[in-house]
Design a protein around this ligand. Structure first.
Ligand code: ATP
Ligand code: MG
Length: 507
């Protein structure tokens, strides 16, 4: 008898069949991977296990006993914890307030300081430090991810579901997370782990179950030296094209110039400390660094979301320092932001409305002051077709799409503008392997059409493969500007840790 079993689960949303007769069997102490393309039904299955919504049919057994989950409270009471693909944090509250949310016990004896001490201890144990007194809206997405993981651990879950926890973590943080996952399973915890990164599965999982279009394809053990390619083919159901089509860059004129840029966070800490660089038409410049070293603030300054305290930003020769978002976008700038649901879309609005969010008052969607929904629909259909956004109709709310399909929609919309300057932060966040390559090739194609591309990614492989030049950020400064041909993992790794020419830079 398996420790945890999900049998013949079916779940539909209107005409969409998200899970169709899915079965899953997990042993105690396993790290079990759940694999499948974007929209395959992974999050849906795990949300059912966490009591978020009921299955239409099927059953869940824990130690042979049938579970009846009327809500997440029941799941938590049965020792099930979940880190969601989309963060469930309250931005206006502090880290520690978020941690103890729904977990307060007696409000009259609430000792926040003591809780913060316990939280900091837990965070240090797993090498995932987050300041307990910081407001959540001040955190980068990487820090928010760490917080979500710690929040679940704080509740002592016996079965831990991790839905794409590594999408925005740096390689070091991923290793820290894996150490933590092994420690947890050694002490009897069982982990269900969703990721699109096959090397991670080889590294940490003992078994996997593959889903394709809502159905179980197979379950198999992950043995040392297992074939990643075979897993990919089983997921997709056919051969997958994983080549990157990239020729040498032919940079033209300067499109973006940043000079002497400084920027402070709202708590007064200086996050960007005198940054200078430029990006020319026809080149991809990648920024890498450990999350939280000023990348996020730098991008927010360039895109008008944050006011720099000093310095200049010029786009296509126009001074845009301190300009608003709209004026900056009108310079021909496209932005794939770090947090798609908070910064790129209005999740309650439908796909079509989201497609024209920034350009509703411009040709071809707007003619003589009138909005043409027909034109908007045509544009939306084209983007969804080109970028293979899996959806049921353009009138569907964005929040109903699977995470990867939301990302495809945002990337597709931004690339469709044929931008002069493309700012892409974690462009392949949450995408399956096929979609990742497709998007990376589309970014290269935009470069070859003459776009200047500034990309930020925590994924070192992605930065090294895609960029023509790489800037390494550490502690608010640019440590180095390296040509792609000269970049090695070791060199970048040392610079990201603040080591330059054998010397550690001060903080
Ligand atoms: N609340 C909802 N309303 C309508 N459709 C939904 C809802 N939640 C999920 N779906 C649909 O169910 C299907 C499976 O989605 P799910 O989120 O489970 O995919 P996933 O495997 O987690 O994909 P990804 O890798 O992109 O996160 C998708 O077609 C999605 O659009
Ligand atoms: Mg998902």
């Amino acid at each position: 008898m398996a420790f945890l079993e999900m049998r013949h689960i079916r779940k539909t949303f209107g005409s969409t069949v998200a899970n169709d007769d899915v079965s899953l069997s997990v042993e105690r102490g396993e790290i079990h991977a759940l694999l499948g393309e974007n929209g395959a039904g992974k999050s849906t299955l795990m949300n059912i296990l966490y009591g978020m919504y009921p299955a239409d049919s099927g059953e869940i057994l824990l130690n042979g006993r049938q579970l009846h989950l009327a809500g997440t409270k029941d799941a938590i009471a049965n020792g099930i914890g979940m880190v969601h693909q989309h963060f469930m944090l309250i931005p206006e509250q502090t880290v520690i307030e978020n941690v103890i949310l729904g977990n307060r016990g007696n409000p009259f004896v609430l000792n926040l300081k003591e809780q913060a001490r316990r939280f900091t201890e837990l965070a240090a144990k797993y090498g995932m430090e987050v300041d307990p007194w910081c407001r959540v809206d001040q955190l980068s997405v990487g820090q928010q991810q760490r917080l979500e993981i710690l929040k679940a651990l704080y509740k002592n879950a016996e079965i831990l579901i991790l839905d794409e926890p590594t999408a925005v973590l740096t390689p070091q943080e991923v290793q820290g997370l894996f150490r933590m996952m092994r420690q947890l399973t050694d002490s009897g915890c069982t982990i269900l782990f969703i990721t699109h990164k096959l090397p991670e599965i080889m590294d940490v999982c003992t078994r996997c179950t593959i889903l394709r279009q809502g159905r179980t394809v197979c379950s198999m053990p992950i043995l040392p030296g297992a074939d990643q390619h075979e897993l990919a083919v089983r997921m997709v159901g056919q051969e997958v094209e994983l080549a990157l089509h990239k020729q040498a860059a032919h940079p033209g004129e300067e499109v973006l110039r940043v000079t002497g840029l400084h920027c402070a966070r709202s708590d007064g800490v200086e996050a960007v400390r005198g940054v200078d660089f430029s990006v020319r038409s026809g080149e991809i410049v990648g920024i890498c660094g450990v999350d939280g070293n000023g990348q996020s603030e730098l991008i927010r300054c360039i895109t008008g979301l944050l006011r720099p305290s000093a310095g200049e930003i010029s786009i296509c020769g126009t001074d845009c320092s301190g300009a608003g978002v709209k004026r900056i976008l009108r310079q021909g700038v496209s932005h794939i932001p770090e947090d798609r649901l908070k910064m790129a879309v209005v999740k309650e609005m439908d796909l079509c409305e989201n497609m024209i969010l920034m350009h509703y008052d411009q040709e071809p969607v707007c003619r003589h002051g009138f909005l043409s929904w027909r034109a908007a629909r045509l544009q939306g259909e084209k983007i969804c077709r080109t970028y293979q956004v899996r959806m049921s109709s353009l009138t569907q709310a964005v929040q109903e799409l699977s995470g990867g399909n939301q990302q495809k929609l945002v990337v597709g919309r931004e690339l469709a503008q044929d931008p002069k300057l493309l700012i892409a932060v974690h462009p392949s966040r949450g995408l399956d392997i096929g979609a990742t390559k497709y998007i990376q090739n589309s970014i290269i194609a935009a470069r070859d059409r003459g776009a200047a591309v500034l990309m930020v990614s925590t994924e070192l492989e992605e930065v090294m493969e895609l960029s023509d030049r790489i800037l390494v950020m550490f502690n608010g400064c640019i440590m180095a500007d390296i040509r792609q041909a000269d970049a090695t993992r070791e060199k970048l790794g040392a610079l990201m840790a603040g080591i330059k020419g054998g010397q550690t830079c001060g903080s």
